[in-house]
Design a protein around this ligand. Structure first.
Ligand code: P71
Length: 463
């Protein structure tokens, strides 16, 4: 019953568990060895040494029995696999886009669209950066410009749609560089780096109008669109009686192109796509996908994975599913808030974000408090989280200076359909313990810094 669900009621997962994967708790002594060996970088830990893995919700979801059945229906023909047509038709039916180009994951789609649309000297505005998205824009010769509302950079601000675009910032950019230097606006739904914060439908409609006026395309990073739709349904006037499916379709139909990391919303372990309506753009994408990914009817995906994805898309927009998903994220966030732990508010769609700047207020940002906090949480409890602060932000491509973002966060990311409420309790208790001894957490210095996306493989030592 979709429409009775907006009232505050207890929720339960709309599934029962058929198979489990065993996990093990380790000793503090062992974890100390592990985190040192990993250079205080949670990306470099081995998963066998992790108890509750909240590194990411990307590719870590549990597929349903139907999706696993889809795996058995893989048509692994080189060309024209029937699973491709199923995927293409599903994308059109639920997401509105006519043409679909499968890619190995989201960044494969970002690579192709950036190569097609971005020229040297162009500017690409977006509602906050995402690491891989911005890098592909830059590698194609563009410069990313943040046009998200200021509220998004303030952890405590309770704006219900912190993913919204500030049109004064867009106007100022057009005035400065001219509309012809802006190939598209990159709009993300459920903005990851802002804390999983949604954009409103009203703001999306305004964006459509603004882009039409300036003849600029709208490229939609739709990685977590159904989570965004949940917040529109529960927060935006006029949408309370619409289904998640209707809202998702309406969002997509306001945009021209989409990049999708299918490892999130649609719950497959690998995969993604680029989608669009313009046949000319599709033609260009088909030309590039054969160079970098694979033939245009499989791109970077096996037939079986396209089948599981097509099924996952439909599951991702069911009310019972999305309500339980968001209910679980909210449960963890609320437990932490009740204990006085500073987190990004409102609680986001895919994760709870700890405000490391406040939790470790004795550390200056140059000592990477979020990186240090993620390491401390692992050491305390075996819970793995992810830094989303100065390390992730990287360096300015021109000056080489470290970016010092306002948001210095640790992300506790909840995989879909994987953990129980008890895992959330254990996690909350671990964070509360770390907070009680926050002053003992030492800052870090970089001792190995890769040139690109340094957060993945960078190594640190305690100061
Ligand atoms: C996440 C990820 C995976 C990730 C990527 C980079 C650094 C750390 C972790 C991936 C996204 C995303 C959005 C909004 C595009 C991608 C790339 N997120 N847009 O949050 O969240 O997709 O990983 O499939 O290539 O842990 P891809």
């Amino acid at each position: 019953m979709e429409n009775s669900g907006t009232k505050k009621r207890a929720w339960a997962e709309p599934f029962k568990i058929k198979m489990v994967e065993l996990i093990e708790m380790t000793t503090r002594e062992h974890r100390l060895e592990c985190i040192k060996e990993a250079g205080y970088n949670t990306f470099l830990l081995k998963s066998k040494d992790v108890y509750i893995d909240l590194l990411t919700d990307s590719g870590t979801g549990a597929m349903s029995d139907r999706q696993w059945s889809g795996i058995m229906m893989g048509d692994e023909s080189y060309a024209g696999s029937r699973n491709f047509y199923h995927l293409r038709d599903t994308v059109e039916k639920y997401y509105s886009y006519k043409h679909t180009v499968p890619t190995h994951q989201g960044r494969g789609a970002e690579h192709i669209i950036s190569k097609i649309l971005v020229k040297k000297g162009d500017y690409v505005p977006g509602n906050m950066y995402f690491t891989t998205t911005r890098l592909h824009q830059e590698l194609a010769g563009g410069t990313f410009v943040d046009v998200i509302i200021d509220e998004a950079h303030d952890v405590a601000n309770l704006h219900p749609f912190k993913g919204n675009i500030d049109f004064d910032k867009l106007d100022a950019l057009v005035k400065k560089v001219g509309a012809e230097k802006i190939p598209y606006v990159c709009v993300a739904t459920a903005v990851n780096m802002a804390g999983g914060q949604p954009i409103s439908m009203e703001n999306m409609k305004q964006l459509r109008e603004w882009c039409d006026k300036h003849k600029i395309l709208v490229v939609h990073d739709m990685t977590r669109v159904s989570e965004n739709a949940f917040f529109i349904k529960t927060r935006e006037a006029g949408y309370e009686n619409k289904t998640i499916a209707e809202i998702v379709y309406e969002i997509c139909a306001l945009t021209d192109v989409a990049t999708m990391s299918a490892k999130k919303d649609p719950m497959v372990n690998i995969g993604g796509f680029l989608a669009m309506n313009d046949p000319k753009l599709y033609d260009k994408a088909c030309n590039l996908v054969v160079v970098y990914e694979g033939l245009h009817t499989y791109g970077g995906m096996a037939g079986r994975d396209m089948e599981a994805l097509a099924i996952g898309i439909v599951e991702s927009i069911q009310w019972d599913h999305i309500r339980a998903r968001e209910g679980q994220v909210e449960y963890l966030g609320q437990r932490l808030m009740d204990a006085g732990i500073p987190i990004v508010q409102p609680i986001g769609g895919h994760a709870v974000f700890l405000d490391a700047r406040t939790m470790l207020s004795h550390l200056p940002q140059e000592h990477f408090p979020a990186q240090a906090l993620a390491a401390a949480i692992y050491l305390q409890s075996g819970v793995r989280s992810m830094e989303r602060g100065a390390v992730s932000a990287g360096r300015n491509k021109e000056t080489g200076e470290n970016y010092m973002p306002k948001l210095e966060l640790v992300r506790l990311t909840i995989p879909r359909r994987v953990y129980t409420q008890a895992h959330m309790d254990v996690t909350a208790e671990a964070i509360i313990d770390v907070a009680a001894e926050a002053k003992s957490v030492k800052g870090l210095k970089l001792v190995y810094e890769p040139e690109l996306l340094r957060f993945f493989q960078g190594r640190f030592e305690e100061l």
